[in-house]
Design a protein around this ligand. Structure first.
Ligand code: UDP
Length: 354
């Protein structure tokens, strides 16, 4: 019988890219659930992919049943957008923490392998130049800065999972994504600020001819990781050759792609000008600054720098990221140029039919 992977949130950014990679590069079966399937495209007709539309908090029996049947479980349903942490912190707690705790307990009870998304945000404002899975301190702001509810929720889940590993030899891997980027990270057609992470937000601003706004001047840095690199690492974690990933925590990131938000804005505007369909829009995009309190409100607190140590991930999994930031931006814009032209074609077809 082939290996069975259960992906909760299969239509998400990581879920959809991972499902595509598994079906392309492995002979496993994938079971998936999500609220919709718009990022999955033709994958839903693949006979090795069984997908249902649904909410994991409502379809509890489906989830339980499939955890029982699966070999590896990836619960990827979560709110992972800082604008939402400050806008609806309790929703973040209910979904990211409470709903996922139930899934974790099912995996423990059925003794199933869990591959759980921790977060690079977990390190918070840690002073370390490179954030290390085993030695970096996790540093958060006061309770009145509600941004930290996400990191705090994830931290407690990491600690719960780790404790099950120690007490029950529970088989898990925790992975920490460092600003994964690529097509379909968020909805680029949604022009409203706050609905996207910075990478999609800036592309969306260029596309909609809106000014790019650098929060507090944009000196803060992130290490951006192209989704294909990230998914390649996840495949190795699921492979788990000789148990190399069991009861381990791995940063997944690209320290070579550490860049300030300001430099990212300029690089995106410059790269977008290479594409005839986007060049005029990019040339006229202005870049301004906005205080964080105006952009996110009073409950926000930023992280000034976030660089992963990937020493352990590279050593243990034999993995290394390959896409530099400009290549990642190019590939993403190429994707949207293609989908914009497909959209235009189908609009013309529809008009002709009408
Ligand atoms: N940011 C910005 N302009 C925007 C959106 C975000 O300057 O329009 C900044 C934000 O303040 C943060 C960084 O970009 O410092 C990354 O934000 P993102 O939402 O991608 O997530 P984070 O890395 O903070 O989890």
């Amino acid at each position: 019988m082939s290996y069975r992977v259960l992906i909760l949130g299969a239509n998400g950014f990581i879920g959809s890219a991972l499902t595509a990679a598994i079906l392309r590069e492995r002979d496993w079966e994938v079971f998936g659930i999500d609220l919709s399937d718009h990022k999955l495209g033709e994958l839903t007709s693949n006979p090795r992919f069984k997908f249902i539309e649904g909410d994991i908090t409502i379809n509890r029996e489906w989830v339980k049943y499939h955890i029982k049947k699966a070999d590896a479980i990836l619960p990827l349903v979560a709110i992972a957008n800082p604008a939402q942490y400050v806008k609806d912190p309790l929703r973040v707690f209910e979904l990211d923490f409470e709903a996922n705790l139930e899934v974790i307990r099912d995996c423990v009870n059925y003794r199933k392998r869990l591959i759980f998304p921790s977060t690079s945000e977990i390190y918070g404002m840690s002073p370390d130049a490179e954030l290390d899975e085993e030695s970096s301190a996790l540093v958060y702001g006061p309770v009145n800065k509600q941004r930290w509810i996400y990191a705090a929720s994830k931290q407690l889940l990491d600690r719960v999972i780790y404790a099950y590993g120690v007490r029950d030899q529970f088989d898990y891997t925790l992975f920490r994504p460092f600003n994964f980027i690529g097509p379909n990270l968020d909805d680029i057609y949604e022009a409203k600020e706050g609905s996207s992470r910075v990478f999609t937000q800036f592309l969306s601003n260029i596309m909609h001819r809106h000014p790019i706004r650098l929060v507090d001047g944009g000196e803060q840095k992130r290490s951006f990781t192209y989704i294909d690199d990230a998914v390649e690492c996840l495949l190795r974690i699921i492979d788990n050759k000789n148990g190399v990933a069991s009861r381990e925590i791995f940063n997944i990131g690209n320290p070579a792609n550490c860049m300030s938000v300001k430099d990212l804005a300029h690089l995106m505007v410059e790269t977008a000008q290479e594409f005839p369909q986007w060049s005029e829009r990019a040339r006229t995009t202005s870049i301004t600054s906005v205080p964080s309190a105006d952009y996110y409100g009073q409950y926000y607190q930023d992280i000034q720098t976030r660089v992963p140590s990937i020493r352990k991930t590279v050593e243990r999994l034999g993995w290394a990221p390959t896409a530099d930031l400009q290549a990642a931006i190019r590939k993403t814009i190429e994707y949207y140029v293609r989908s914009e032209s497909r959209y235009r074609c189908s609009a013309v077809e529809l008009k002709n039919i009408a």
